[in-house]
Design a protein around this ligand. Sequence first.
Ligand code: GLN
Ligand code: ZN
Length: 768
Amino acid sequence: MAIATNLGFSRIGPNRELKKAVETYWAGKSSPEDLLKSAAAIRKANWQIQADAGIEHIPSGDFSFYDHVVDTAFDFDLIPQRFRNEAPENDLDLYFLMARGLAGGRQTQALEMTKWFDTNYHYLVPEIERGQAFHLARNRSVEQFKEAAQLGYAARPVILGPLSLLLLSKSTYTSDSLNLLDRALAAYEELLQRLSAAGANWVQIDEPVLVLDLNRETIQRELPRCYERLAASTPGIRILLATYFGSLKETLDVALRLPVGGLHLDLVRGRDQFEEALRVAPPSLTLSLGLIDGRSIWKSNLTRALELAEKAADAISSDRIMIAPSCSLLHVPVDLAEEDALPSEVREWLAFGRQKLEEVSLITKALNHGRQAVSDQLDQNARSLALRGSSHLIFNSAVRARVAAIAPSDLSRKSRYAVRKKEQEAALHLPPLPTTTIGSFPQTEQLRRERLRARNGVIGQAAYEGFLKKEIEYAIRQQEEIGLDVLVHGEAERSDMVEYFGELLQGFAFTKNGWVQSYGSRCVKPPIIYGDVSRKSPMTVDWWRFAQSLTARPVKGMLTGPVTILQWSFVRDDQPRRDTCLQLALAIRDEVLDLERAGCKIIQIDEPALREGLPLRGVDAPGYLSWAVDSFKLATTGVQDGTQIHTHMCYANFNDIIEAIAAMDADVISLESARSRMELLQAFVRSRYPNDLGPGVYDIHSPRIPEEGEIKGLLRRALEVIPTEQLWVNPDCGLKTRRWEEVSPALKNMVAAARSLRSVQPWSTNRT
Ligand code: GLN
Ligand code: ZN
């Protein structure tokens, strides 16, 4: 009989209980015991949801107070000395100190945070120091397994595997963190033995790094060595080696021959692995088929998934099959049931975590008892998909015709940069080293309160707009007083740079409670793009016009770019992402042109998420970058030469995409670079990036107010490698999370720094 399984579940709780519990604890308003109790309640609720959905192998140990990578590091005592030195009172605070750099009254630099593969979830990067111990120091995994057992769930413990843990870590003393592998294996062996003693039969070991481009020899050597050793160490345990987010490709062959009990394959993103897996898997190996997309919020095509499952059953017998989501359900919201505000037609097309598990059970049931056992549900699913496919909500023939008619001339500016630069200089009369900001200004308590009151209908739209206008006016006056050259309206009307546009565009839907974890207690509620995207009417022009009416200095028009809107939404799966992105680009293009017609001379289109869309495998990068760049160009190149296009990006490391950035051909790009002390500029210098550049001169993530001298120092560093004529002066990113008391003095220092350098720099206007 095939088994219905799950790899991992959302940890935030159906109503973000985790967020409330940890934030209360961090604020010192609850005890460690309270927090542990809340966590146990979330785990219990999660196990119950999964059992109710018919899952037999329910994961344990997938819960986390912050992030599962740091959990694993913590269990194995990978704790850098600076945290130990602080000696917090309890283990929980030591853990939060690593995660946040702040806990139990102690403070030190937190672990670095980075993206978990190509998801929007972030993990903390473990640090490996010289002489690093690696031993099983904590019993979290065993305890959670026992906790499940006591509640009556025979759970399958999940642990992050040794290869992934080490390869995702950074070492402060050697370039090869796999040096620690032998010590790691000994500790993992002990963990398996303890789990076995506690009664576990199957243990899921996650090795998602196997879908990355890895050194082939290393993997051919170390992968078998690891799993031969682990499998031999604890005969009572069957290891399920789990891979996800892509295909194993060249590693599949080795993985299929490992002496483990089972191998999980992501058959949504790695469908290419299916046939070989059936052909090569030895009789001792169970295959866990990741058939249900754990990364999307769409209902599956159950008939198609079932066909694969049946094929597998024919080839290797259903006794050797597990049915599963493609990856952990950490990346989708918990439950669709409460979403009564979604358009009912759209709601019919969706499946969140709980619903995805029901799909897993259904396929398992069909496999074990025949299609007739679930024929009603299969029919219903087919009907629902057919309705979605033919819904008038999805199609907009005008948009499709426009996408089909995109011509190469729509993707480039009228003239080359040097020509545009002259026209823009003539139109704008900016001083050398012009100063500006990235767009948003502080979103005050009061602003948030008024927004909420407007949403709840406590105040009318007109009153709310009046309030926003006052905010904009305040921002303009502040900027004039600070002495900035290019102003912004401050984005007071936007609570989120993607949601704001999504709400004004056709083809988007919004959930009430569709939260997913971004990192720690931070959750996001991505919009759902379900249909062809189009713009009903101008979205930002009135706000811009109002702001510009208040000042003689130029006010930038501010838009979010198509790639970023795509990247931070749940995207429809019935057409290539590229097509959806081009539709978004057309909508933004129309907005850009409307702003220009209204008299806007500088328009900024933010693309902070461009880099994070990069595929996991290098071979797939050029394809992505090509349509991502095209989308940006489609959005921006319709303007006249004299209109200045800005863009902004804020994730480190531009080295690997510098050519794509150059191809975007924005007149000015602002970048996060203060934290790296302008190191990030190197990529631009090396590639002789030709257009204007605004490397951030101070870190906006910190409340600290930078001194004029410090900013001047950074600017001088930039001027050593970038000609004066090319350089802009701006902070690292938007200022919405800061307070005016921090922002005004910081920007005054920034303006003073720019002015003082202007007076000493030999300034020439003829650039070559
Ligand atoms: N214009 C946006 C802001 O200032 C840019 C934010 C971002 O880069 N994430 O808030
Ligand atoms: Zn930014």
